[in-house]
Design a protein around this ligand. Structure first.
Ligand code: SF4
Length: 87
């Protein structure tokens, strides 16, 4: 599986607002600020698609769909529970 940053590639990524800014904003070192990235995500038209992608691929690093790794945790666990129930 190849997972790339949200601001690269085609499909929904073509509309990603993060294509226009520094990708490092979305993948800061531990303890780094996500303030600028959150502002960009807040205006992004593909925020839902981005978050879905991060959950589908269990991406743990970075800001996706406006949510940090820690903030995605409960959603990621809910998706995993749904998958187990559907199997
Ligand atoms: S929600 Fe944020 S990280 Fe995702 S595509 Fe939009 S700007 Fe990029």
């Amino acid at each position: 599986m190849v997972v790339s940053a949200p601001g690269t590639g085609g499909g929904w990524r073509a509309q990603a607002l993060c294509r226009r800014v520094d990708p490092e904003w979305f993948f800061p070192p531990r303890g780094g600020s996500l303030r600028e990235a959150r502002q960009v995500c807040g205006r992004c038209p593909v925020r839902a698609e981005c978050l879905r992608y991060a959950l589908d691929y269990s991406i743990r690093h970075g800001l996706w769909g406006g949510l940090s790794e820690r903030e995605r945790g409960p959603l990621r666990r809910a998706v995993a529970t749904q998958r187990r129930a559907a199997a």
